[in-house]
Design a protein around this ligand. Sequence first.
Ligand code: SF4
Length: 274
Amino acid sequence: MYYSREIRSCKQGIYVLRLMSRKWYIDRINEKNTYNIIYYLYFFLDFYFPRVYTNKKYKERMKGMTKKELAKKASEELKRLYPEAICSLEAEDPFQLLVATRLSAQCTDARVNLVTPALFGKYPTIEAFAQADVHDVEELIHSCGFFRQKAKDIVGMANDVLSRFGGRVPDTIEELTTLPGVGRKTANLIVGDVYGKPAVVADTHLIRISNRLGLVETKDPLKVELALKKLLEPSESNDFCHRAVLHGRALCDARRPLCSDCPLNSFCKFCKEQ
Ligand code: SF4
């Protein structure tokens, strides 16, 4: 539900008035006098009634809506908001995407995109990465953090892709997760973005938004991935994850979500509970 700027200002004004009147109420709650009944009535109208009322409205709206329908609704709304569901990591081939994804662990995509042009310029092929000096790779990726382990994994991945998979980045989660430093999140990204298969990249934004919407009740990445794979349309699952990342950055911030501006607020569980 969108609100115009005037309505938002009005709502903020009402909110300030409610805070002031609540303070007035709290200041007097311990006073023993004959007007206590008025204070209790005030408490009911100001605190209890709005919650019961909004809960009732939410329940009515959600009545009969299954999690699958909720997921469909969220997916459609995110698609309308972010028509282009693109991965923010820049790469020109599957192995480069694998390397960029490995670098993005505990690092921002923007930082990775600053580092990879020089890295891919020096090592343009899997063969070049396989023969690379780990210390030289460490120097090039230093600013991404955990550079020693990441450099070791990148060179190890190149050797494994050449020796075990004939130079082709594998297309299944099971095979991908046998490569050094590749977890389910990276594997899902490759499977979805490179090979166009259904995938759920359970990153921090997706986990937060899925919980807030009420699609899942867990922070465990594997549980979120498996639950969303059941709820989302296979053809939409990969794009849903990219859109959730964009939404997490634009509106659904971890600390200060902008719920009044969010088109998902009419069916979002977190918003209802505020
Ligand atoms: S309504 Fe708020 S909590 Fe829910 S998805 Fe939107 S910004 Fe996030």
